[in-house]
Write a protein that binds this ligand. Structure first.
Ligand SMILES: [Zn+2]
Length: 205
C-alpha cells in the first residue's frame, strides 16, 4: 500500500510511570512517547530486527489500529483472544497480584486505555489469524488527541495529562464492558456536535 496517514483507534496498558504501552513489537510493554511516532519492527525469523519490513503481508508485525471505533469495541467484546485482552493474558504479563487486582476492579476483559492513534508510512490489512475484523497494521503511529482511561486508573489521570499534554484525557464513569458503551456514546455525541457546527460555518461565510 502507498504511504498515507490514517486516523483510527487502538488500546494500551498504562505503565507504572503513567505512559501508554502496547503489546506489539517493538512496543511490547514499552512506553509510547508523546507527540512522536513509534515504528514497527518485524521479529520473524531474525535475532533482532527482522529481514522483513514491518508491517509484512503474511506476518503478525505492524502497529495495530482500527479505523472504526465500533470495530475496536466489537473486537474487545466479542474476540478477546484476538485482541489479547483476557484474564489469562493479565496473569501471564502481570502475575498473580496484578491479575487479582484487575479481577477486584472488574477489568479482566477491558484494556486500560482506548484512544485515538494516527498511523503513517506503509499500511497492511489485518493479520488473518491474529486480528479481529477491521484491524489495520501500520509502519508508524503516534498517539492522537483523545484518550479514554478506565475508571480503575483514575489516579493516573494527572500523570497521563502531564505525559501526553496534547491529548484530552477522559476517565470512565462506568467500569468493565459498560465502559465500552460509555465511550461509544461519548464519541457519537462528539461527532454529532462536530457535524452540527459545519453547516453553521457555511451560513456564516
Ligand atoms: Zn513480520
Amino acid at each position: 500500500m502507498n504511504a498515507r496517514t490514517l486516523t483510527g483507534w487502538r488500546w494500551w496498558q498504562v505503565s507504572e510511570s503513567g505512559y501508554l504501552s502496547g503489546f506489539h513489537t517493538p512496543y511490547a510493554r514499552a512506553e509510547w512517547p508523546s507527540g512522536a511516532d513509534v515504528t514497527a519492527v518485524c521479529n520473524q525469523d531474525a535475532d533482532s530486527h527482522g529481514p522483513q519490513d514491518a508491517p509484512w503481508p503474511d506476518c503478525e508485525c505492524g502497529v495495530r489500529l482500527m479505523p472504526e471505533l465500533a470495530d475496536l469495541l466489537a473486537g474487545i467484546r466479542n474476540e478477546p483472544e484476538r485482541t489479547g485482552i483476557t484474564p489469562h493474558v493479565w496473569r501471564v504479563i502481570g502475575g498473580a497480584d496484578y491479575y487479582e487486582a484487575r479481577r477486584r476492579d472488574g477489568v479482566l476483559y477491558v484494556p486500560d486505555v482506548i484512544g485515538e492513534v494516527v498511523a503513517s508510512g506503509r499500511l497492511e490489512d489485518a493479520c488473518p489469524w491474529d486480528d479481529p475484523p477491521g484491524t489495520m497494521r501500520a509502519e508508524h503511529a503516534r498517539i492522537g488527541t483523545r484518550l479514554y482511561v478506565s475508571q480503575h486508573l483514575w489516579r493516573y489521570a494527572p500523570v497521563l495529562r502531564a505525559n501526553y499534554p496534547h491529548a484530552r484525557i477522559r476517565v470512565g464513569r462506568r467500569t468493565g464492558l459498560a465502559w465500552l458503551d460509555e465511550i461509544r456514546k461519548t464519541e457519537a455525541t462528539t461527532t454529532k456536535k462536530r457535524s452540527k457546527s459545519k453547516p453553521k460555518e457555511r451560513t456564516q461565510s
